[in-house]
Ligand binder design. Structure first.
Ligand SMILES: [Zn+2]
Length: 371
């Protein structure tokens, strides 16, 4: 028996629509696979399509409508699994149409546009934030989960594209919208911030950047804290898992904290578990990078770390083709990724995604042998 907990990200309804499993059968399947926890998509906090989802037929749509997320949550808990409600925070492209004021602005003053499936939301935008927070609270009320998983809880950026041969300066940095600038100036006591037209972005970056980073990281930490407080009122003891970028300390010159606003030390005060996206193939890294990344995060937080490993390769086609990512991820490599995460001391290890695991018998066998 191992002391780690094993989990899956359930980011589609594939188990029901394509595998034909009922909630009870799905729960049994997970239990038999040796899974202890599941981070699950739900309709209380609608999950926009990412690289994972595909279009549904009318028949599938009808089948999906008849499925109640509460039944799956209950089925999992009945067989002793932890059900974590997956809640994407600052990612909801359809909401940007309703809240154009939430569109982030980069260091050049350019408004964020969709790249592939991704466009983020400005974390200081209250109109959107209030709605999303209310959805998370509703999810907790209805699903009574073990915990809440906060995805995209950061300043915007398509971090999966940050391959080793790229530099931090190659990428946009957010958010320099007029609301963020005004809030920053007010909350941090900056009196001489230049007006629009005088390149306030460059001024912030050259004159008061560390203060700006403090403000960004405080805001993200506060957002997690606000959700934590609100869900405690509905279901005391609900744990908070924070979806964390695998950019630790000085990776990409401190981008995890400075660009994406995730300060792991600050976040430790409001987080029960750090979920670390150790997606080595997506980021063009070797397997040992998984272990190093986990160890480096563990050094700066006393919270448990949940390392998520990929089951199959991603970002190998279309605009992502030919960028140096491996096109294959063999069962052997999957097995080694799990062992490396284990040896690095991750308290939890999860698999991205459950649908990918169900697709590949050889990888299910890896689990059978290991767990
Ligand atoms: Zn902004």
């Amino acid at each position: 028996m191992s002391s780690e907990k094993f989990g899956v990200k359930v980011y589609s309804y594939d188990w029901h629509l394509n595998q034909g499993l009922s909630p009870d059968q799905a729960a049994e399947r997970l239990k038999n696979q040796g899974i202890d926890f599941a981070v699950v998509q739900n309709r209380y906090v609608p999950m926009a399509s990412s690289a994972v989802e595909s279009g549904l037929s009318d028949r599938q749509q009808a089948k999906l409508e008849a499925l109640d997320d509460r039944d799956f949550a209950e089925a999992l808990q009945e067989v002793g699994l932890e059900y974590w409600a997956a809640c994407n925070v600052f990612f909801a492209p359809d909401q940007l149409e309703r809240h154009p004021e939430c569109r982030p602005v980069d260091q050049f003053g350019l408004t964020a546009r969709k790249i592939d499936w991704y466009v983020g939301i400005c974390p200081s935008c209250e109109s959107y934030w209030k709605k999303r927070k209310a959805q998370v609270v509703e999810a907790v009320k209805e699903l009574q989960p073990y915990g809440v998983f906060l995805g995209f809880i950061r300043f915007p950026g398509f971090w999966e594209l940050w391959l080793p041969h790229t530099k931090r300066d190659d990428w946009p940095e957010f958010c320099f919208c007029s609301r963020c600038r005004a809030r920053f100036a007010e909350e941090m006591g900056i009196d001489d911030l230049p007006e629009e037209g005088a390149d306030p972005q460059a001024w912030i970056r050259s004159q008061v950047y560390e203060k700006f980073v403090e403000w960004k990281t405080d805001l993200i930490t506060e957002r997690v804290g606000e959700i934590s407080e609100s869900v405690q009122e509905v279901k005391p003891g609900t744990e908070i898992m924070v979806n964390t970028l695998p950019f630790i300390e000085d990776d990409f010159s401190g981008a995890g904290r400075e660009v994406f606003g995730q300060d792991k030390r600050k976040l430790s005060s409001v987080t029960d578990v750090f979920e670390l996206m150790t997606y080595h193939q997506m980021l063009g890294r070797k397997l040992h990078w998984i272990g190093n990344t986990i160890r480096r995060l563990r050094k700066i937080t006393n919270r448990p770390v949940s390392s998520t490993v990929q089951v199959k390769p991603y970002y190998t086609e279309g605009m992502h083709a030919g960028r140096g990512r491996e096109a294959q991820l063999s069962p052997k490599e999957f097995e080694r990724a799990i062992s490396i995460a284990r040896n690095a001391g991750a308290e939890r290890i999860s698999f991205f995604t459950w649908a990918d695991l169900l697709e590949t018998e050889a990888k299910e066998e890896v689990l059978e042998n290991l767990l």
